[in-house]
Design a protein around this ligand. Structure first.
Ligand code: CA2
Length: 145
């Protein structure tokens, strides 16, 4: 069975660790990639992390995941709150989908309280910092066991 997990990241997350550390912390996306790869090796999961500032690129990766990945961990960033297209793409993926937010979106502006992606997600983590990604990976291992 395919044990590859796609970890998809939306717009501006390439700036992680480089701006607004008071909200998003000091770790970079490269740190997240390294931590997830190391934990994945322990859990018997292969991780592949992608980031794009373009909605269509993220949708293309979700389509690719249909035959390349067993599960998706996604932080859609601002597209969380706007993108029916990403929701539709996720609805065409059969495996587990876990939604991650670094910040606690419920403690922030009201426009961040609604997520289209949550209509598909099998679980949501928010406000655990970048640790949310590895927590989601552990949950993914349980869901795929
Ligand atoms: O908390 C999260 O993970 C978010 O998905 C992050 C998004 C935001 O629009 C969501 O409401 C919640 C923003 C990502 C921008 O990331 C940056 C990181 C560092 C510096 C600037 C932006």
């Amino acid at each position: 069975m395919n044990r590859r997990i796609y970890i998809l990241n939306g717009p501006n997350l390439n700036l992680l660790g480089k701006r607004q550390p008071e909200i998003y912390g000091h770790d970079t996306l490269a740190d997240v990639e390294r931590d997830c790869a190391a934990l994945g090796a322990e859990l018997g999961l292969e991780t592949a992390l992608f980031q794009s500032n373009h909605e269509g690129d993220i949708i293309d990766r979700i389509h690719e995941a249909r035959d390349q990945a067993a599960g998706i961990i996604i932080n859609p960033a601002a597209y969380t709150h706007t993108s029916v297209a990403i929701l539709d793409a996720l609805n065409a993926f059969d495996g587990p989908v876990l939604e991650v937010h670094i910040s606690n979106v419920h403690k922030r502006e009201s426009f961040r309280h609604h997520s289209y992606v949550s209509l598909r997600a099998d679980g949501v983590i928010a406000g655990f910092g970048v640790q949310g990604y590895t927590l989601a990976l552990r949950r993914m291992a349980t869901l795929l066991a």
